[in-house]
Design a protein around this ligand. Structure first.
Ligand code: ZN
Length: 338
């Protein structure tokens, strides 16, 4: 089955042509236009998607000589995300499906992230999924590919947002994730003690906005020089990682009481690319009999390959749904097309 998929939920324009576990073409364009604004501007994002998606697709069909008639199914991210951006990608993809008389499958962006590790790993169930992105911080219990339950999430900022806002406070450019990771190298991670909101609570929820407030105070009390930026980046990264590990630990303990013996941990989303977080999680889980999975590098951030893969995995339970309207807020397992 040859799947053509698009992803335009935020500031990445991405298209993918996939057949089973074979990625034939995958092109992702990260919109640079938001850098000078210090965050994603929704209107600019929609316009940029519109400009890019047509060129990328004609490149695939004309330059790469892919005959669109051989594509079996068209899929697009239909939520959650910025509504203007979702409309561009989904309407464009629907029109291709109509033109070539093929089915259109709407895909939930979060399901794309959650299922991304099953592309390159044989998942052992039950699996705990840690979804870490610029828009979401969530923990799921995945009993199998179709049985995915949200256990908890951030009650305020997403983890990627916390990185971006902290970077902004200490004068680093947007997007802040990679900037903080780079500055943290060689910084003193024990220099600043930062708060860990909600970490002792017996639920799976996160809260990151209080950390930002604390850092804001620190920037007023200290001189923002090179050393301060390095030490604060390192302390922030360590604090965030400890919160994640403590939450996973508590989660595993609670699930054990409910007779859910977790066999694996899947870390997905753009923040899973952070090497410090990865190493700390791996060190913690060494000798604990829990397998850890990450997506392929090209399937970590927002990308169309994970959308094509989610379509491929769920195709047998999905329906052709050309009338599906994109929704900015969407939960996993909301039966959007099943
Ligand atoms: Zn995402």
């Amino acid at each position: 089955m040859l799947v053509f998929a698009t992803e335009t939920s935020c500031d990445e324009t991405s298209i993918c042509l996939m057949e089973g576990r074979n990625i034939i073409e995958h092109i992702t364009f990260s919109q640079e236009i938001h850098k000078k604004h210090g965050g994603v501007v929704p209107e600019l994002a929609s316009r940029s998607h519109l400009e890019k998606i047509q060129n990328m697709t004609s490149y695939l069909f004309n330059t790469k000589k892919i005959d669109p008639n051989i594509i079996d199914v068209f899929a697009a991210t239909c939520g959650p995300g910025l509504i203007g951006s979702l409309l561009v990608g989904s309407t464009f993809t629907k029109s291709l499906a109509i033109s070539y008389r093929k089915p259109f499958i709407p895909i939930n962006h979060l399901e794309g992230h959650i299922l991304s590790t099953s592309f390159n790993n044989d998942i052992k169930f039950p699996c705990l999924v840690l979804l870490l992105t610029g828009g979401h911080t969530q923990i799921y219990l995945m009993k199998d590919d179709k049985n995915i339950k949200l256990l908890g999430e951030s009650v305020d900022d997403a983890i990627g947002e916390a990185f971006d806002k902290t970077a902004k406070l200490i004068g680093l450019p947007y997007p802040g994730g990679s900037e903080i990771e780079r500055e943290a190298m060689g910084g003193n991670e024990n220099k600043f003690i930062l708060p860990k909101p909600l970490v002792k609570e017996k639920n799976f929820n996160f809260s990151f906005s209080g950390i930002k407030t604390h850092i804001n105070l620190l920037t007023k009390k200290n001189k923002i020089d090179k050393k301060f930026i390095k030490d604060l980046s390192a302390s922030f990264q360590k604090n965030i990682t400890e919160i994640l590990i403590e939450k996973i630990e508590r989660g595993l303990e609670r699930l054990k009481l409910e007779n859910e013996n977790i066999k694996s941990l899947s870390v997905v989303g753009g923040v899973s690319n952070n090497k410090y977080i990865k190493n700390e999680i791996e060190n913690y889980f060494i000798n604990r009999n829990i397998e850890i999975y990450y997506p392929l590098k090209e399937m970590m951030g927002d990308n169309a390959a994970m959308i094509a893969w989610a379509c491929y995995k769920n195709y047998h339970i999905s329906k052709n749904n050309i009338y599906f309207k994109p929704v900015p807020r969407m939960e996993v397992n909301n039966k959007l097309n099943k």
